[in-house]
Design a protein around this ligand. Structure first.
Ligand code: NAD
Length: 244
């Protein structure tokens, strides 16, 4: 019987909400090179361009709504502890707010969050939902050193100690809509397997790290995750294949 569940989501969970995934023809970065908007040197070289990129993204994401996969995850987080006395922790690589809008609490944003800013002087984070500019003053210390609260390539993801602790005590690990090529997230499954957790991936097709999982459910997350959560809440058991 499962008790503690850890869920990892990636860009694929938000694809059906109309937020493009990373590695696709119409991906978020189709008109921008990573090295211009998603590395620390870009911020130093051309901060206006970096702020503008995330301003555009934030405006676009504000128009989107969570889909059935986000809603099913939020329902699992609410009902599993009451019914089976376990926990459901949610770690996301996404910077959007679809999980929050679906009703998930305590979403662990390991790659940062579009609706937060970071002050590089006082190192504090603050909520933010407007357009930002490199000259903005930090509301906490007053210095003009704010940046989008996004973990760039070459930077250390957030909350790694907390995530390691959750993985070390989980019985069921679900990886939803992630390509398995961005580390350290791609290694979480191995950590969960090491403590005996059942590991299931949800994707359109087997990911780069499929061999680390016990098995996968393939198809749109809105269908596979919903069916899995329905079955899990009804029986306490993991669904192994999609019902016909
Ligand atoms: P990725 O774009 O590399 O991979 C997405 C995966 O989702 C792919 O394997 C794809 O097959 C799968 N997928 C696409 N549509 C799906 C669907 N409907 N149902 C199930 N699976 C589906 O994304 P990643 O692995 O998360 O890594 C990319 C990085 O880019 C992450 O760090 C993330 O922070 C960032 N990113 C975030 C967002 C967002 O916040 N929504 C969007 C794009 C990229």
């Amino acid at each position: 019987m499962f008790k503690n569940i850890v869920i990892l989501t990636g860009a694929g969970v938000s694809a059906e909400s109309g937020i493009p995934v990373f590695r696709s023809d119409n991906g978020l970065w189709e008109n921008e090179r990573i090295e211009d908007v998603c590395v620390p040197s870009a911020l130093a070289r051309n901060p206006g361009r970096v702020h503008d990129f995330y301003n555009k993204l934030r405006r676009e994401v504000k128009e989107k709504k969570p889909n059935d996969a986000h809603l099913a995850i939020a329902r699992l987080q609410k009902e599993w502890p009451e019914k089976y006395r376990g926990s459901v922790s949610l770690v996301t690589q996404n910077i959007d707010n679809m999980h929050e809008l679906a009703g998930s609490a305590d979403v662990i944003h390991m790659h940062g969050y579009l609706f937060s800013m970071l002050c590089t002087s006082c190192h504090r984070h603050f909520s933010f939902d407007q357009d930002s500019h490199p000259d903005d003053k930090c509301p906490l210390c007053g210095r003009q050193t704010t940046r989008p609260d996004i973990v760039f390539f070459e930077e250390m993801p957030y909350h790694m100690d907390r995530i390691a602790a959750l993985l070390s005590d989980c019985d069921l690990f679900l990886s939803i809509g992630t390509s398995g090529v961005v580390y350290p997230a791609a290694g979480f499954c191995v950590q969960a397997r090491a403590v005996g957790a059942l590991c299931v991936e949800f994707n359109l097709e087997p990911s780069a790290t499929v061999s680390n999982f016990n098995y996968g459910l393939y198809g749109k997350a809105s269908k596979t995750v919903l069916a899995f959560v329905d079955h899990l809440l009804k029986t306490g058991e993991a669904l192994e294949e999609m019902p016909r």
